[in-house]
Design a binder for this molecule. Structure first.
Ligand SMILES: NC(=O)C1=CN([C@@H]2O[C@H](COP(=O)(O)OP(=O)(O)OC[C@H]3O[C@@H](n4cnc5c(N)ncnc54)[C@H](OP(=O)(O)O)[C@@H]3O)[C@@H](O)[C@H]2O)C=CC1
Ligand SMILES: N[C@@H](CC=O)C(=O)O
Length: 376
């Protein structure tokens, strides 16, 4: 049996779902001759880890207990005695995580899995890459930081997977990488890459208030922890940047034209997420409804679109015919069209659920299994 050790950063909606998938796929993975050995799980303040990370793992009972505990909104630091080790405090946790990475990186290719939504992991990721770890990301921030951080992170291309960063579980990155590595240059990408904004737009079309559907998208696990990351277009811009950098563009987030759906006065510096959702967002309902109605009178719908072509990289609202590939999208579905030499007139199209904890975690799990040939 091949053992794949992994350490999980982030135990929110996606991280917990990943642990649940790992536990429920035990017999499937055993048939494939693989065992995922979870040696540690981190939240923002603490790390729970196996007492001997070289030979032991957090067993399935412990993983289930961690999930149950985190889904109640508790911090790992308050986890009772499960017979495992725990370190509390951000600095101490980071130090211990790096110790584990140093111990298991070169020896085993430890899969370092980032399911947080934080920029704080970037430094650590840069360090563990040099320790021989493999990196699997659902978190887009490490790939959308400076070019220097990006170059470091992708310096061992076989050791990084990040399928879920664009289109959740959809095979967007894998497909794009296949085109690129076969020398088929992609010259245009157009798509609707936000599950949240897709869901919001199609629900508002059905007459529901914008503020209500944003809250519903959050409850369904589609939004970022702060839904303003979706509504500002920043989350789509990050996806656009990840794709553009894969295409070889050496650009940063500030090179991307981004349209926001809310004014600066409602930004994170001005109000908390709760204030925004409880009192701020309601004031946007009428405007959004008006825009949607106006488009509908022209036989059109509004879609939040990402376009990458030549030096152009932009994300924003477009009014599109109802009966177009993007206009027909419903719910949290994403669609992405790639135009290349081989896919010149008819693009390569990838479509399907583009957000949600289940599909995102499934994408992360598939990435972890995809790197198994690197393990002894
Ligand atoms: N939901 C979706 O459809 C998709 C999500 N993603 C990405 O997946 C990631 C996770 O999303 P989601 O699960 O919804 O987010 P959550 O907010 O539910 O969970 C984030 C987790 O990360 C932890 N965390 C925060 N900072 C750190 C840190 N410095 N080190 C370690 N852990 C940390 C949090 O800890 P604590 O519990 O203590 O707050 C929390 O457990 C995001 O980056 C998102 O963009 C990607 C594709 C689709
Ligand atoms: N918040 C994102 C989740 C996936 O990246 C979205 O809505 O698409």
């Amino acid at each position: 049996m091949k053992n794949i050790p992994l350490l999980l950063m982030g135990c929110g909606g996606v991280g917990r779902q990943l642990l649940q998938h790992i536990v429920s796929c035990r017999s499937l993975h055993a048939q494939q001759g693989v065992h995922l050995r979870v040696v540690g799980v981190c939240d923002s303040k603490s790390l729970v880890f196996a007492s001997d990370v070289i030979t032991r793992e957090l067993n399935d009972q412990t993983l289930s207990e961690v999930c149950r505990f985190k889904s109640n909104g508790s911090s790992l630091s308050a986890l009772g005695d499960l017979g495992e080790c725990i370190v509390n405090g951000n600095t101490e946790s980071k130090r211990k995580v790096l110790d584990i990475a140093a111990l298991l990186g070169k020896a085993t290719g430890l899969a370092f899995v980032d399911c947080s939504a934080s920029s704080e992991t970037i430094r650590m990721l840069n360090q563990v890459v040099d320790m021989g770890c493999c990196v699997v990301l659902a978190n887009k921030k490490p790939l959308t930081s400076t070019m220097e951080d990006y170059d470091k992170l992708v310096s061992y291309p076989r050791r990084i997977r990040h399928e879920s960063t664009v289109g959740a579980g959809l095979p967007v990155i894998a497909s794009l990488n296949r085109l690129i590595s076969s020398g088929d240059p992609v010259h245009r990408i157009i798509g609707s890459l936000s599950g949240t904004l897709g869901y919001v737009m199609s629900e508002v079309e059905d007459g529901k208030p914008f503020s209500e559907v944003v809250k519903a998208a959050k409850n369904l696990g589609f939004t970022e922890p702060d839904p303003r990351d979706d509504l500002s277009g920043m989350d789509v811009a990050r996806k656009a940047l990840i794709l553009a950098r894969l295409l070889g563009r050496r650009i940063n987030l500030d090179s991307i034209k981004i349209e926001s759906l809310y004014p600066d006065e409602m930004g994170p510096d001005a109000m908390s997420v709760e204030e925004f959702l409880v009192s701020g967002i309601v004031s946007l309902d009428n405007d959004v409804q008006e825009r949607v109605k106006k488009a509908s009178l022209n036989g059109n719908v509004l879609r939040y679109v990402c376009v990458i072509e030549g030096s152009r990289c932009e994300v924003g609202i477009q009014e599109l015919p109802k009966d177009s590939p993007l206009g027909r999208l419903r719910g949290s579905d994403n669609v992405l069209e790639m135009y290349s030499r081989c896919y010149k007139k008819q693009p390569l199209v990838i479509q399907g659920a583009g957000a949600g904890n289940d599909t995102t975690a499934a994408g992360v799990l598939a990435d972890i299994l995809d790197i198994q040939d690197l393990f002894p």
